[in-house]
Design a protein around this ligand. Sequence first.
Ligand SMILES: Cc1cc2nc3c(=O)[nH]c(=O)nc-3n(C[C@H](O)[C@H](O)[C@H](O)COP(=O)(O)O)c2cc1C
Length: 428
Amino acid sequence: MKDLRDYLKYLQSKGRLITINDRVNTELEITAYTDRANRDNVYESKTLLFTNVKDHNMPVVTNLFGSLSTMNELFSNTYANELLYNLSALKSQSGKISLIKTSKLLIDSKPKIIESQLSKYLTIPNLDHLPIIKCWPNDAGKFITFPIVITESPKDKSTNVGIYRMQVFDSLTTGMHWQAQKGGAIHAKDAEEMGKKLNVSVVIGTDPYNMISAVAPLPVGVNEFAFAGVVRGSQTVLMKNGKYPPVPANSEIILNGHVDPKEKRIEGPFGDHTGYYSIAQEYPVFHIESIYVKKDPVYAASVVGYSWHEDAVIGQFLFDFMKPIIKATNESITDVYLPPEGIFTNMCFVSIKKRFPGEAKKVMFSILGLGQLSFTKIIVVFDDDIDIRDLRKVAWALATRVEPQRDVQIITNATADSLDHTTNLPSF
Ligand SMILES: Cc1cc2nc3c(=O)[nH]c(=O)nc-3n(C[C@H](O)[C@H](O)[C@H](O)COP(=O)(O)O)c2cc1C
């Protein structure tokens, strides 16, 4: 898939794209349509292409990743599966290890950087020209909901790519909602320590491999565009972008600007994937210095909120995809599952083939120490005879096997997701 348009063609050929020619307002109406598209079958919902957006001549596409079948078709049997398999097989005598293949995959993954193609793009003066949506009635304003935020550490020049929502404050200023432990925030901290501002490029719309890799919970320092190269099976092509980090050569829309690590502003509330409005909190500010758009750009947005949307599909898919890494360091684990009903990292079920007393506790702490899984509020460790993907079996095991006083371990002052409105220690 060369770019986002190719992906849309692919979805259309599979009958998974609905084109909506009704005139829609960016305020609430695009959410209303997308929300309904997710109602019947959250794991197989259609992508929506809005061609007639009030006050704009740019189409908006939502729910790009609402189909688990599409995700499996895009990513199954890819090089990344093989890579993860090889890594987890390293320890197993019987594992089919192809170190040469693994090394080649890693070497080939390095993004290719070409000269800037920005002269082929048009420029627009400010954000008023983009069909940015307001999702829910009590949102603080309009939000760019699927921005691919690219930063480079001024210390070691490592690249990070993440999706962090951006609230529109005015036509050239937005919020930058990177949570404290995310790659972008860590690069901003590096810049702060060096007394510098951080140049940031933001892409709205690129090929699906780049978009999904930006969400993948990769360790800080691992370049998501390199990972995208591995899953795509061919190098990610980036283009030079002046003093800003290079961007995919197939970007639809590019926003270049900077974040001053010392500047913070209240961001939110925003109707989030927990089904609640996330609390307004202080976040960095993104100052836009230039905006480039393709000739006929497509604006990509994501809608989340109460009941499950494409975030459920993306989360489910990525977690299963990355599972070999968790299993590689916890031999007793037979399955790990983040039920979408538990808003992913709020709840984690693990099944183990227990080998010694206390092993459940070891597994629990190990999960709490793993990257974004450190946000997990509730971890339940089951014996391996329970199918942890069957919520009826889960309830039965909880009801019949737990003696709460003995079996429940409460960790005080635990780390908390900034989206968790129940905590006494926000963003801790
Ligand atoms: C639609 C969507 C919106 C997201 N919004 C945010 C956000 O506002 N802030 C945030 O920290 N993470 C957000 N995430 C999750 C991050 O993109 C994800 O944790 C990613 O792994 C971060 O990359 P990093 O580890 O390189 O920082 C969002 C994910 C999706 C799919």
